[in-house]
Design a protein around this ligand. Structure first.
Ligand SMILES: Nc1ncnc2c1ncn2[C@@H]1O[C@H](COP(=O)(O)OP(=O)(O)OP(=O)(O)O)[C@@H](O)[C@H]1O
Ligand SMILES: [Mg+2]
Length: 322
């Protein structure tokens, strides 16, 4: 028997990895039409120095979900978003959005993907809108480029502006709108061509708290009304209260998730409960929250003990040794 024969080819390996990702995600149908990253790696090389921006990031977002990605500066948030929106290519791993394989797609498919499947909102208000067009014209522009302009395009532009709450700005140019109004208009522009997924990288980074909440409201409206899957990156921890699921990235890896769900309390009144989970990867790795590590001064190695219904983690420092 030849050993070589037993080694599956790359395509089989990739298929198997995708199947495992699907199994972990709870079914193959969840792989299609939304977002799956598995063991995603992105290494940047500048002047011979390698920076590992993503080191095996796992992420599954359901179709129609609205999730926030939070994390410290440099943790890899923009890198993931640039990959998912087709602007950058990963070094290794699996990245699929709406059935597109972002590692292997051709240049032509990538262009189609970026034009029709995804929409993007940038942090800098000036980057999202053309200054010499009115809000309505800005929303109409992508439709025109996709040959969907005309009267129907104008009607849709107005509907979208109303949906994000800035219908009254239709005839104003960006210079005549506030930062928050511009970002809400940018959300309308990003979904003009009816994408399946909307990515926003710190869309509220330049705004104050109240205005940021309005932009979040616009993202929520788009998500709910159009069923667009929305992924928004922010380093504002307050957003956890605005979305059902917040994913925290640390050092290029998915570290934890915060889920919010409604529950009927003892008094019969509906209340929102927040639960934080550590993310376990396929190899069984997880990150301990920095606060836990500091509290017990954990370092180098820890001792794990399997208990009937939980795992105990103790300092690996030998105590009481003679
Ligand atoms: N084009 C690039 N070339 C080299 N290194 C890069 C490049 N882009 C990002 N990096 C590095 O990758 C890491 C992750 O960067 P990224 O921009 O994804 O972080 P971020 O979480 O978006 O941070 P911020 O909150 O500051 O926007 C950083 O160490 C960064 O310096
Ligand atoms: Mg960034």
């Amino acid at each position: 028997m030849s050993l070589v024969q037993d080694v599956p080819d790359l395509a089989t390996l990739q298929q198997r990895a995708a199947e495992r990702a699907a199994a972990r995600a709870g079914g193959a149908e969840r792989l299609r039409g939304h977002i799956v990253c598995d063991g995603l790696v992105r290494i940047f090389t500048t002047e011979g120095v390698e920076v590992v921006a993503l080191q095996g990031l796992d992420l599954v977002v359901d179709r129609g979900e609205l999730v926030a990605i939070v994390g410290a500066s440099g943790s890899g948030k923009s890198t993931v978003l640039n990959i998912l929106s087709g602007l950058d290519t990963p070094t290794a791993g699996i990245a699929r959005v709406a059935g597109y394989d972002l590692l292997t797609m051709s240049a032509r498919k990538r262009l189609r993907y970026r034009r029709h499947t995804v929409g993007f909102v940038w942090q800098q208000t000036g980057r999202n809108l053309l200054p010499y067009l009115t809000a309505r014209e800005n929303v109409e522009l992508p439709m025109r480029l996709a040959r969907r302009g005309g009267r129907a395009g104008r009607r849709r532009a107005m509907e979208l502006l109303e949906m994000v709450g800035v219908g009254y700005c239709a005839d104003r140019r960006p210079g005549q709108m506030s930062g928050g109004e511009q970002q809400r208009c940018a959300v309308a522009v990003a979904v003009a061509n009816d994408p399946e997924v909307l990515f926003a990288d710190e869309p509220t980074g330049e705004l104050d708290e109240a205005t940021a909440a309005e932009v979040f409201g616009a993202l929520r409206a788009i998500n709910a009304e159009l069923g667009v899957t929305v992924v928004v990156v922010t380093h504002d921890p307050q957003v956890a209260s605005q979305v059902r699921r917040t994913i925290a990235i640390r050092d290029g890896r998915t570290a934890s998730e915060v889920h919010r769900r409604a529950r009927i309390g003892a008094d019969g009144v509906e209340e929102l409960v927040t639960e934080e989970y550590a993310v376990l990867d396929r190899a069984g790795r997880m990150q301990l929250p920095a606060g836990f590590v500091d509290a017990l001064a954990l370092r180098d190695r820890v001792k794990l003990t399997l208990e009937p219904d939980h795992v105990q983690v103790r300092s690996g420092e030998e105590s009481g040794a003679a």
